[in-house]
Design a protein around this ligand. Structure first.
Ligand SMILES: NC(=O)c1ccc[n+]([C@@H]2O[C@H](COP(=O)([O-])OP(=O)(O)OC[C@H]3O[C@@H](n4cnc5c(N)ncnc54)[C@H](OP(=O)(O)O)[C@@H]3O)[C@@H](O)[C@H]2O)c1
Length: 176
């Protein structure tokens, strides 16, 4: 399900295109780690934001660069992106806006902040700025089959954070 959320946000909402500069906020999360891989699959330039302990394996997923949010606020570094996907829910469009280029769009995945988001969308509509998007996943067989195919071809790697079965003594270290 998290994989479909990432795929649909990038492909169907953002209309992601080869060569674009994409930032994934929450790149070590369930949605974010798939978003990094899909962004890579669509041949974009990927910047991944996550915490210190996750930087290394997220880079191995295919991110061109990683930013440690505990040390750097990406909204202040002067870089501009065509697309920012917030797979955390802490970001707002207005906070991200300085990091978007003139046609760049912002997508958030957090449905819990819907009311807050609707306020932002209303303001952006009133001001004529339509670059903020909200996304809710739409589970369907076609996308599940695409996901299965890409996983079988080794183009997508689901990361298992923890094995909660009683037999397991897993430390939860990501497998890549
Ligand atoms: N739109 C939809 O259809 C849909 C579907 C499912 C879920 N969601 C929503 O999408 C969001 C993400 O879900 P998920 O399952 O991917 O969550 P998750 O696995 O818990 O991942 C959360 C991510 O947030 C990062 N993070 C935590 N604190 C942060 C901070 N202060 N600054 C930047 N990043 C921070 C974590 O990074 P570190 O671990 O490196 O700290 C991690 O990468 C949730 O709000 C969930 O409700 C939406």
């Amino acid at each position: 399900m998290r994989s479909l959320t990432a795929l649909q946000a990038l492909r169907d909402v953002a209309h992601i295109k080869k060569g674009q500069k994409v930032l994934i906020h929450g790149a070590s999360g369930g949605i974010g780690h798939f978003a990094v891989q899909f962004a890579r699959y669509f041949k974009t330039d990927v910047t991944a934001v996550c915490s210190t302990s996750n930087l290394s394996w997220v880079k191995k997923l295919g991110a061109d660069r990683v930013i440690d949010y505990t040390k750097e606020d990406f909204t202040g570094n002067g870089e501009k992106y065509d697309l920012i996907l917030d797979a955390v829910g802490y970001l707002t469009y207005f906070k991200s806006k300085p990091s978007l280029n003139s046609t760049g769009i912002f997508i958030t995945e957090n449905p819990l902040k819907k009311r807050f988001l609707l306020t932002q969308m209303l303001i952006s509509m009133v001001t004529g700025d339509k670059r903020i998007k909200m996304h809710l996943a739409n589970p369907n067989d076609k996308d599940m089959n695409l996901f299965r195919q890409l996983a079988e071809e080794g183009k997508l790697k689901p990361v298992i954070e923890k094995n909660l079965s009683p037999e397991s003594n897993s430390s939860g270290t990501p497998p890549c």
